[in-house]
Design a protein around this ligand. Structure first.
Ligand SMILES: *Cc1c(COP(=O)(O)O)cnc(C)c1O
Length: 395
């Protein structure tokens, strides 16, 4: 097997890049996977080498062959100038924000952002003199009207991972760039496979790697992918603040990445099958899934995305809390728990209305978010059917 160069990698299709990125079997005695380097100290042969930093690796925190392999594989999939690794998705969010904001700056943040992202803006950025204004996720190019002279960053999450509004990323990015602001996107729902962030004008693309990259609910992970415009500042800030991910978690992320393409195709297919089935049920008012033709975000999704993952929500008919509990508590295949992107199905009830400040959220009934895992669709539908019957009896 010949060594694959970066040029080869860029010319390969996406699934090939997922499989071969960051691998060099000849350098490790022919073993298929890169080794996991556990290490802090890197020994130098002489004082000159130590002081002159002549070696490729100088200290564990600053990078190892293991972290470099994953960064390289991810950069190839993202089409990025560079990628950094973080110990969680939320740390990737805050690192990306702090890499491009300073005291006195203004941030425009989507009203549909992941709750802890929002909390970080309010609780942390504010303390450092960075002001956050929330905006309606469906604002599109009108975001230009919210830009201030000190607006240095515009942050998107599309679709919102709880409420599923699809954003007009190219229009928002163009308005932000016209004023010199950095564009950040939480791309966890689509992953780089279903939405090409940098090709749509995003400078910093965040992945909660905990979700689809790791894919098995067994590690916390985050990644930030940068376009050339944002790469030097991101790389410097990430290094200066001492961030790094543990080698075993990097290994789990790399292992997950190899099968991410095939897993996502199945999450998409099963997710759509369940979503369509739910949309026809009398207990369900609405299914919030951008790949369904009736969804308000469908046209943008169709224009910009190449697929849909397995996470979506539904609005039930008005009913007491006890009916929703009867539905969810009795499920056999859907676990009740936060996070998503693993091989297993999950469900949570939610009410986004208390968080929203820039756009109303009035779904008109109780909401449930589902993650459709890799189980047989017929089994998932039977589980949900029994659940909806319990819901109806308790309504
Ligand atoms: C889960 C999640 C995060 C945070 O990731 P953690 O690894 O749990 O810290 C960020 N953004 C979105 C959209 C998420 O779903």
């Amino acid at each position: 097997m010949k060594k694959i160069t970066k040029t080869d990698l860029a010319a390969f299709g996406e699934n090939t890049r997922l499989v071969v990125g960051g691998r060099d079997p000849a350098a490790q005695h022919g073993f298929v996977n890169p080794p996991v380097y556990h290490g802090s100290t890197v020994l130098a042969p002489t004082v000159k080498d130590l002081i002159g930093r002549t070696q490729k690796y100088v200290y564990g925190r600053r990078g190892t062959p293991t972290s470099e392999a994953l960064e390289e594989a991810l950069a190839a999939v993202e089409g990025a100038a560079g990628v950094v690794l973080c110990p969680s998705g939320l740390s990737a969010v805050t690192t990306a924000l702090l890499s491009c904001l300073s005291a006195g700056d203004h941030l425009l943040m989507t009203d549909s952002a992941y709750g802890p992202t929002r909390h970080a803006c309010d609780a942390v950025l504010g303390r450092f003199g960075i002001e956050t204004t929330y905006y309606d996720p469906r604002i599109g190019g009108d975001i230009a009207g919210l830009m201030r002279p000190n607006t240095r960053a515009v942050y998107l999450e599309s679709p919102g991972s709880l409420t599923f509004e699809v954003q007009d990323v190219p229009a928002i990015a163009a308005a932000a760039h016209a004023r010199g602001a950095t564009v950040l996107l939480d791309n966890t729902w689509a992953t780089p496979l279903f939405f090409k962030a940098h090709a749509h004008g995003v400078d910093l693309a965040i992945q909660a790697g905990t979700k689809y990259i790791v894919g098995h609910s067994d590690a916390m992970f985050g990644t930030i992918s940068a376009a050339a415009s944002a790469w030097p500042r991101l790389k410097a800030f990430h290094g200066d603040t001492g961030l790094c991910a543990g080698p075993d978690d990097i290994y789990l992320a790399m292992r997950g990445l190899r099968s991410m393409g095939v897993r996502l195709r199945q999450h998409q297919e099963s997710g759509l099958a369940v979503a369509r089935w739910l949309a026809a049920r009398s207990e369900v008012q609405r299914v919030l899934h951008p790949a369904l033709p009736g969804d308000p975000g469908h046209a943008l999704w169709q224009r910009d995305f190449t697929g849909a993952s397995g996470l979506f929500a539904l609005v039930l008919t008005p009913a007491p809390e006890a009916a929703v509990e009867a539905f969810l508590d009795g499920l056999k295949l859907f676990g009740l728990g936060y996070s998503w992107g693993g091989f297993e199905s999950l469900a949570i009830p939610f009410d986004a209305s208390p968080y929203r400040t820039a756009s109303a959220w009035n779904p008109g009934g109780p909401c449930v978010r589902l993650h459709i895992g890799l189980e047989d669709v017929a089994d998932l539908i039977r589980d949900l059917e029994e659940g909806l019957e319990r819901f109806r009896r308790a309504s």
